[in-house]
Design a protein around this ligand. Structure first.
Ligand SMILES: Cc1cc2nc3c(=O)[nH]c(=O)nc-3n(C[C@H](O)[C@H](O)[C@H](O)COP(=O)(O)O)c2cc1C
Length: 396
């Protein structure tokens, strides 16, 4: 039934898009809104863990300064680095926390500094499970869809009981309510890259025989339930976003693939999600690849998830964000005009130049300095090595 609906809708949309283009081209630098979210432009800062929170996840002045500075740089929406929703689960050291009410006040101050610069902000919520790099969490009991040993960390998680699943749903929902109380415009659930919610979608990690395993909507059920609980507790005036893979990039039969990802995106829309950011790669595959590609030397290598993201955007009514290797403003503008993709997220170039979007506003042909070397992904605090070298040189 849905297939027929989406088939006719795609044809209708294509005809409409042709007519629409003639009369009203969308622009990156135009205002838009998604539920309660008011955006001054269509550029989003994709989540970046900065490794700058304190050992319990509290916001440090250094972390707050990074975000305040970023909020002056022109980006329409900032998605924070991932924040832990449960103190017993930490995918990485130095990540933010939102696992109890003591966090609300500091997040309030944090959000108000970003809002003061007319920039919207979403808190990314995550549970890592067996995908943890945190040295103190290797021996803890960590949740997984099934007790399958993680190929990268070698951790065997505890297969979640129905009670554990309810606990997890409650942890995400409580965290979202705290985010709402702190004044965030939205939350984004991290259901990509091989963290726990993403592992439920991955057949290799999810071998369950109950209603949370098997077919794609069973494997996605936990995410739908988290979304429904957040919607129930935050009401109609709060934006819920999800970051999900379009493909796990695993061996045949092991990972989530595009056809099923399209189904998940449709299911998320039905569950009440307002916006989806499309990524890829299950880092637990052990293949050593991640969503942040290096060597984006040629323009053909930019915006590297364009085709699958476009297909997902064609399949749903909610706005979809194109992520990964977005480096050329004019190209993004033409993608906006020629596809159903409505927003563009950028991560590494904003470490190098937090004011990149202001630069594009003045000069659309401006080329970002980021060379996608992944030097930012290092032990300790995250930062742009290129920029640091440049500043060091200027000092000498
Ligand atoms: C240092 C670093 C930290 C990251 N932290 C997160 C994170 O907390 N949550 C997330 O969903 N993605 C995270 N990512 C992935 C980015 O959001 C983004 O998907 C990826 O870098 C590709 O976009 P880009 O080409 O614009 O950098 C991180 C990437 C890097 C390099």
């Amino acid at each position: 039934m849905y297939e027929i609906y989406y088939f006719y809708r795609t044809i209708f949309r294509s005809i409409f898009a042709l007519q629409f283009k003639i009369t009203c081209d969308m622009k990156i630098f135009e205002k838009s809104s998604v539920r309660n979210l008011e955006l001054k432009n269509r550029i989003v800062r994709s989540a970046l863990w900065m490794c700058m929170a304190d050992k319990d996840g509290h916001i440090t002045p250094q972390l707050s300064n990074v975000y305040e500075n970023l909020s002056k740089g022109g980006v329409g929406l900032i998605i924070t680095g991932y924040a832990m929703v449960d103190p017993n689960d930490r995918p990485n050291p130095g990540m933010m926390g939102v696992y109890d009410d003591s966090f609300i006040d500091e997040h309030k101050q944090f959000v108000s500094k970003i809002h003061a610069n007319n920039t919207a902000v979403a808190l990314q919520l995550a549970y890592g499970g067996s995908q943890t790099n945190h040295p103190d969490f290797q021996d803890k009991v960590l949740f997984g869809p099934s007790a399958v040993t993680n190929r990268v960390t070698n951790i065997t998680p505890k297969e979640m009981s129905k009670e554990d699943i309810n606990h997890l749903i409650d942890s995400f929902a409580r965290a979202a309510v705290r985010a709402q109380k702190a004044g965030y415009d939205a939350v984004e659930l991290h259901a990509a890259h091989g963290y726990l919610l993403s592992q439920f979608l991955t057949p290799y990690c999810n071998r369950r025989q109950d209603e949370y395993g098997g077919g794609i909507h069973n494997r996605a059920r936990i995410i739908y339930e988290v979304v429904a609980e957040i919607r129930k507790r935050t009401g109609d005036d709060f934006t819920i976003m999800v970051k999900m893979n379009h493909d796990d990039y695993m061996d045949a039969g092991e990972g989530l693939e595009l056809d099923e990802a399209v189904e998940v995106a449709r299911g998320l829309e039905r569950a009440g999600v307002d916006m989806i950011e499309i990524s890829a790669v299950n880092e637990t595959s052990g293949k050593g690849v991640g969503p942040a590609r290096t060597k984006i030397h040629k323009s053909e290598l930019q915006s590297y998830f364009l085709e699958p993201t476009s297909r997902i955007a064609d399949s749903v009514n909610i706005p979809v964000i194109l992520m990964g290797g977005n480096r050329d403003f004019n190209r993004l503008q033409s993608i906006l005009e020629s596809s159903a993709i409505r927003y563009f997220s950028i991560a590494r170039p904003l470490l190098c130049e937090p004011d990149l979007v202001n630069k594009w506003h003045e000069k659309p042909e401006y080329k970002p300095l980021c060379v996608s070397c992944n030097g930012c992904y290092r032990k300790g605090e995250v930062g742009c090595v290129l920029q640091e070298k440049r500043m060091q040189k200027a000092k000498n």
